[in-house]
Design a protein around this ligand. Sequence first.
Ligand code: BGC
Length: 415
Amino acid sequence: MEPFKLHDQLKLGVATASTQIEGDNRNNSFYEFSLIKGRIKDDTTPFVANQHYKLYKEDIKLMADMHIQIYRMSVEWARIEPEEGKFDREAMDHYIDEISLLKEKGIKVLVTLHHFSNPIWFEHKGAFTKSENNRYFLDFVQYFARNIRGVADEFCTINEPNIYALTSYYKGVWPPAQKSMKLAKKVLKNLAICHIEAYRILHGEIPECRVGFANHMVYFAPKSKKNLLDRFQANYLQRVFQDSIMKAMAFGKRTSFIGNIKQKKGKYYDFIGINYYLRNEVHHLKAEANPNAPKNELGWEIYPEGLRAICKREHEIFGGDIYVTENGTCDSKDEIRPKYIYTHVKAISDLPYVKAYCHWTFIDNWEWAEGQTAKFGLVSLDYKTQERTIRKSGKMYTELIDSRGFTEEMIKKYL
Ligand code: BGC
């Protein structure tokens, strides 16, 4: 392992999502879903989580102490619009206060508007399975944009449309537990439309703002490079799983998987967000981790070169700025995380168009179907006492930010 430097314009930060950290909310689809035993690994709900809604000032102080430069956070639609058409001024003011405080501390903020969970009233109407429901999301975007003007100026409309649609509507392990590819495709189509409309709304309300979306990217590789079918299928999965939705959202384009979204062709992004975690090998249309490769506690294959390859590829397709909006690993003992960070940050450290790297995640959180069991944080959390403790990798991350790279000393100390 050798030292390296970050290019000048790369900002390092952390990412979180409201449902996973805020707690104290019974109005979102994941809370309702998690009430039935057996759906969440440890039968927890997101009601406890990190109590971040209450403790946000302490958490922001901790982020500032860790010298975090950029914070990707999401806002909870279910709090801002707890009932159809009724907006909660207090919740809106809470986010204005939170974002203002972050900015006071010199932390740049990227706000995500939809990160997997929905208000229950919207979920019960069929959420994004029906195109006539799109307007509900867009009304919320309009309200939020109008009220956040002058406070936030960078937005990520929708997080991982591909994972949301497939996990909730095809695999059926997230709310509303449907198992239909037809529904998943409808959801993808409506999310693409919603992104484009939200892009227009945000720019209409806040002309100088920057808007993008974050998609989940897997590095698909053929199981055998010599096998033509494996190569073809790896390519096919890449197109279906990631390219089709990205091109629909970014350009308003018709794609074979998603169909015609009936939008004017254009450019509907100011940056591209990439969430990258793992590599999969493809054989017989099945994508799996290589059994001999290093993996994390969830069995996800660790492959830093994949992050570099994907950033390069997306830059070739879309041009402009790339933000790594999520990258991190599940590691309760914090044994593999330091090296994971070293290798992944190194992989993009010289790509001039990668302008942000947001580590997933700041602090252990409620990890959807994994409940409280999966630990992705630079900071660990004791759920009973709500005590936060910076892990070794968290200390290393601060040194990485301060030294703008890895020094010999850091390598000796942490890796
Ligand atoms: C999601 C996060 C999640 C992370 C780790 C991403 O797909 O955007 O919300 O916690 O993966 O599983």
